[in-house]
Design a protein around this ligand. Structure first.
Ligand code: DX5
Ligand code: ZN
Length: 229
Protein backbone atom coordinates (compact mmCIF):
# COMPACT_ATOMS: atom_id res chain seq x y z
CA UNK A 1 0.00 0.00 0.00
CA UNK A 2 1.27 3.47 -0.88
CA UNK A 3 2.41 5.80 1.89
CA UNK A 4 1.30 8.76 -0.22
CA UNK A 5 -1.48 10.89 1.33
CA UNK A 6 -4.92 10.74 -0.30
CA UNK A 7 -4.70 14.45 -0.94
CA UNK A 8 -1.52 16.52 -1.29
CA UNK A 9 -0.28 18.57 1.67
CA UNK A 10 0.82 22.19 1.92
CA UNK A 11 3.79 23.25 4.03
CA UNK A 12 3.65 26.98 4.75
CA UNK A 13 7.21 28.16 5.42
CA UNK A 14 7.57 30.41 8.43
CA UNK A 15 10.71 31.84 6.82
CA UNK A 16 8.35 34.40 5.31
CA UNK A 17 6.41 35.04 8.54
CA UNK A 18 7.12 37.84 11.01
CA UNK A 19 9.84 36.40 13.28
CA UNK A 20 8.62 38.52 16.19
CA UNK A 21 5.15 36.97 15.82
CA UNK A 22 5.79 33.28 15.18
CA UNK A 23 3.20 32.19 17.75
CA UNK A 24 0.62 34.27 15.89
CA UNK A 25 1.61 32.59 12.61
CA UNK A 26 1.14 29.17 14.20
CA UNK A 27 -2.19 30.20 15.72
CA UNK A 28 -3.33 31.30 12.27
CA UNK A 29 -2.29 27.92 10.85
CA UNK A 30 -4.05 25.95 13.61
CA UNK A 31 -7.32 25.94 11.70
CA UNK A 32 -5.70 25.15 8.35
CA UNK A 33 -6.33 21.61 7.16
CA UNK A 34 -3.77 19.54 5.28
CA UNK A 35 -0.96 21.82 6.41
CA UNK A 36 2.37 21.03 8.00
CA UNK A 37 4.75 23.72 9.22
CA UNK A 38 7.97 24.12 7.23
CA UNK A 39 10.90 25.41 9.29
CA UNK A 40 13.98 26.63 7.39
CA UNK A 41 17.20 26.20 9.36
CA UNK A 42 20.18 28.01 7.79
CA UNK A 43 23.73 28.23 9.11
CA UNK A 44 25.41 30.97 7.05
CA UNK A 45 27.83 28.34 5.76
CA UNK A 46 26.01 25.78 3.64
CA UNK A 47 23.74 28.63 2.53
CA UNK A 48 24.42 32.38 2.63
CA UNK A 49 21.86 33.19 5.29
CA UNK A 50 21.31 32.47 8.98
CA UNK A 51 17.90 31.75 10.50
CA UNK A 52 16.87 29.69 13.49
CA UNK A 53 18.13 26.85 15.65
CA UNK A 54 16.98 24.21 18.10
CA UNK A 55 15.67 26.51 20.89
CA UNK A 56 13.27 28.19 18.49
CA UNK A 57 12.09 24.82 17.19
CA UNK A 58 11.43 23.77 20.80
CA UNK A 59 9.39 26.94 21.23
CA UNK A 60 7.44 26.28 18.04
CA UNK A 61 6.73 22.75 19.29
CA UNK A 62 4.96 24.16 22.32
CA UNK A 63 2.77 26.35 20.11
CA UNK A 64 1.48 23.95 17.47
CA UNK A 65 0.03 20.48 17.04
CA UNK A 66 0.90 20.48 13.33
CA UNK A 67 3.78 18.41 12.00
CA UNK A 68 7.04 20.39 12.22
CA UNK A 69 8.98 19.84 8.99
CA UNK A 70 12.56 21.01 9.65
CA UNK A 71 14.64 21.63 6.54
CA UNK A 72 18.28 21.71 7.60
CA UNK A 73 20.31 23.88 5.24
CA UNK A 74 23.43 23.37 7.28
CA UNK A 75 26.89 21.92 6.83
CA UNK A 76 27.59 18.68 8.67
CA UNK A 77 23.90 18.01 9.41
CA UNK A 78 24.81 14.82 11.28
CA UNK A 79 26.12 16.99 14.11
CA UNK A 80 22.72 18.56 14.79
CA UNK A 81 19.96 16.45 13.23
CA UNK A 82 19.14 14.53 16.40
CA UNK A 83 19.00 17.71 18.44
CA UNK A 84 16.26 18.93 16.12
CA UNK A 85 14.33 15.70 16.69
CA UNK A 86 14.75 16.18 20.44
CA UNK A 87 13.54 19.77 20.09
CA UNK A 88 10.30 18.43 18.64
CA UNK A 89 10.75 18.16 14.88
CA UNK A 90 8.55 15.45 13.36
CA UNK A 91 10.27 15.51 9.98
CA UNK A 92 13.95 16.34 9.54
CA UNK A 93 15.56 16.71 6.14
CA UNK A 94 19.24 16.99 5.29
CA UNK A 95 20.92 18.00 2.05
CA UNK A 96 22.56 15.25 0.05
CA UNK A 97 25.27 17.76 -0.88
CA UNK A 98 26.07 18.51 2.76
CA UNK A 99 26.70 15.01 4.08
CA UNK A 100 28.98 12.35 2.57
CA UNK A 101 27.38 9.85 4.97
CA UNK A 102 23.76 10.78 4.49
CA UNK A 103 22.67 7.11 4.53
CA UNK A 104 23.90 6.89 8.11
CA UNK A 105 22.40 10.23 9.14
CA UNK A 106 19.01 9.37 7.65
CA UNK A 107 19.03 6.12 9.64
CA UNK A 108 19.86 8.03 12.83
CA UNK A 109 16.97 10.44 12.25
CA UNK A 110 14.58 7.51 11.85
CA UNK A 111 16.04 5.78 14.87
CA UNK A 112 15.35 8.92 16.89
CA UNK A 113 11.69 8.70 15.89
CA UNK A 114 11.31 11.28 13.11
CA UNK A 115 10.63 11.00 9.39
CA UNK A 116 13.87 11.33 7.47
CA UNK A 117 14.08 13.50 4.36
CA UNK A 118 16.80 13.93 1.77
CA UNK A 119 17.07 17.26 -0.07
CA UNK A 120 18.52 17.94 -3.51
CA UNK A 121 19.67 21.33 -4.75
CA UNK A 122 18.56 22.39 -8.24
CA UNK A 123 21.84 21.22 -9.78
CA UNK A 124 21.84 17.75 -8.22
CA UNK A 125 20.23 15.06 -10.41
CA UNK A 126 17.56 12.85 -8.86
CA UNK A 127 19.65 9.85 -9.86
CA UNK A 128 21.82 10.72 -6.84
CA UNK A 129 19.05 9.07 -4.81
CA UNK A 130 18.98 5.76 -6.71
CA UNK A 131 20.96 3.88 -4.10
CA UNK A 132 19.38 5.63 -1.13
CA UNK A 133 15.80 4.49 -1.84
CA UNK A 134 14.48 2.79 1.28
CA UNK A 135 16.66 4.92 3.55
CA UNK A 136 14.46 8.02 3.52
CA UNK A 137 10.76 8.79 3.96
CA UNK A 138 10.60 11.82 1.68
CA UNK A 139 12.69 13.52 -0.96
CA UNK A 140 12.66 17.31 -1.06
CA UNK A 141 13.48 18.87 -4.41
CA UNK A 142 14.66 22.47 -4.27
CA UNK A 143 13.10 24.57 -7.00
CA UNK A 144 15.25 27.59 -6.06
CA UNK A 145 18.81 27.79 -4.82
CA UNK A 146 18.37 27.56 -1.06
CA UNK A 147 18.96 30.49 1.25
CA UNK A 148 16.14 32.95 0.73
CA UNK A 149 12.38 33.14 0.35
CA UNK A 150 10.63 34.88 -2.50
CA UNK A 151 12.85 33.63 -5.36
CA UNK A 152 11.71 32.56 -8.82
CA UNK A 153 10.76 28.95 -9.49
CA UNK A 154 13.22 26.96 -11.63
CA UNK A 155 11.00 25.08 -14.16
CA UNK A 156 13.48 22.26 -14.69
CA UNK A 157 12.29 20.75 -11.39
CA UNK A 158 9.11 19.54 -13.11
CA UNK A 159 11.13 17.03 -15.07
CA UNK A 160 13.00 16.05 -11.91
CA UNK A 161 9.68 15.31 -10.15
CA UNK A 162 8.61 13.07 -13.02
CA UNK A 163 11.90 11.17 -12.97
CA UNK A 164 11.71 10.78 -9.20
CA UNK A 165 8.11 9.59 -9.47
CA UNK A 166 9.24 6.95 -11.97
CA UNK A 167 12.01 5.94 -9.59
CA UNK A 168 9.63 5.36 -6.69
CA UNK A 169 7.22 3.39 -8.86
CA UNK A 170 10.05 1.02 -9.69
CA UNK A 171 11.93 0.77 -6.45
CA UNK A 172 10.14 1.86 -3.31
CA UNK A 173 7.78 4.36 -1.84
CA UNK A 174 8.51 7.82 -0.49
CA UNK A 175 6.91 11.23 -0.58
CA UNK A 176 8.03 13.99 -2.93
CA UNK A 177 8.16 17.53 -1.52
CA UNK A 178 8.99 20.64 -3.56
CA UNK A 179 10.39 23.86 -2.11
CA UNK A 180 10.92 27.29 -3.62
CA UNK A 181 8.94 29.68 -5.77
CA UNK A 182 5.72 27.69 -5.35
CA UNK A 183 2.49 29.61 -5.89
CA UNK A 184 -0.95 29.49 -7.48
CA UNK A 185 0.59 29.53 -10.96
CA UNK A 186 2.54 26.28 -10.64
CA UNK A 187 0.96 24.32 -7.75
CA UNK A 188 -1.33 22.24 -9.97
CA UNK A 189 1.45 21.30 -12.39
CA UNK A 190 3.78 20.30 -9.55
CA UNK A 191 1.18 17.97 -8.04
CA UNK A 192 0.24 16.59 -11.47
CA UNK A 193 3.92 15.75 -11.98
CA UNK A 194 3.95 13.73 -8.75
CA UNK A 195 4.57 16.08 -5.80
CA UNK A 196 2.81 15.20 -2.53
CA UNK A 197 3.89 18.18 -0.42
CA UNK A 198 4.44 21.75 -1.58
CA UNK A 199 6.31 24.32 0.51
CA UNK A 200 5.07 27.89 0.18
CA UNK A 201 6.57 30.85 2.00
CA UNK A 202 5.98 34.06 0.15
CA UNK A 203 2.77 32.80 -1.49
CA UNK A 204 1.24 32.33 1.98
CA UNK A 205 2.81 34.85 4.35
CA UNK A 206 3.41 37.48 1.67
CA UNK A 207 -0.28 37.55 0.86
CA UNK A 208 -2.72 39.86 2.60
CA UNK A 209 -4.88 36.91 3.62
CA UNK A 210 -2.75 33.83 4.40
CA UNK A 211 -5.68 31.50 5.14
CA UNK A 212 -7.31 32.36 1.87
CA UNK A 213 -3.99 31.85 0.05
CA UNK A 214 -3.74 28.40 1.67
CA UNK A 215 -7.28 27.49 0.57
CA UNK A 216 -6.53 28.59 -2.99
CA UNK A 217 -3.24 26.71 -3.11
CA UNK A 218 -4.89 23.52 -1.81
CA UNK A 219 -7.62 23.85 -4.44
CA UNK A 220 -5.01 24.21 -7.18
CA UNK A 221 -3.16 21.19 -5.81
CA UNK A 222 -6.34 19.10 -5.80
CA UNK A 223 -6.98 20.10 -9.40
CA UNK A 224 -3.47 18.92 -10.24
CA UNK A 225 -4.01 15.59 -8.50
CA UNK A 226 -7.34 15.08 -10.29
CA UNK A 227 -5.80 15.95 -13.64
CA UNK A 228 -3.11 13.33 -13.05
CA UNK A 229 -5.84 10.73 -12.33
C1 DX5 B 1 14.52 28.56 0.62
C2 DX5 B 1 13.73 27.81 1.65
C3 DX5 B 1 12.30 27.78 1.36
C4 DX5 B 1 11.62 29.13 1.37
C5 DX5 B 1 10.61 29.11 0.27
O1 DX5 B 1 15.86 28.39 0.81
O2 DX5 B 1 14.18 26.48 1.76
O3 DX5 B 1 11.59 26.88 2.22
O4 DX5 B 1 10.98 29.43 2.57
O5 DX5 B 1 10.11 30.38 0.14
P1 DX5 B 1 9.23 30.80 -1.13
O6 DX5 B 1 8.03 29.92 -1.11
O7 DX5 B 1 8.94 32.23 -0.85
O8 DX5 B 1 10.09 30.57 -2.34
ZN1 ZN C 1 12.80 25.05 2.91
Amino acid sequence: MSIRPQQPLLAPSILSADYTRLADALAMLSSAERCIVHVDVMDGHFVPNITIGMPVVAGLRRETAHILDCHLMIAEPARYALEFVQAGADWVSIHQEADPHCHRTLGAIRQAGAKAGIVLNPGTPVEALTDLVGAFDYALLMSVNPGFGGQSFIPRVLDKIRRLDAMRRNSGDFLIEVDGGVGPGNAAALVAAGADVLVAGNAVFGSGDPLRAITELLAAMDAGRNAAG
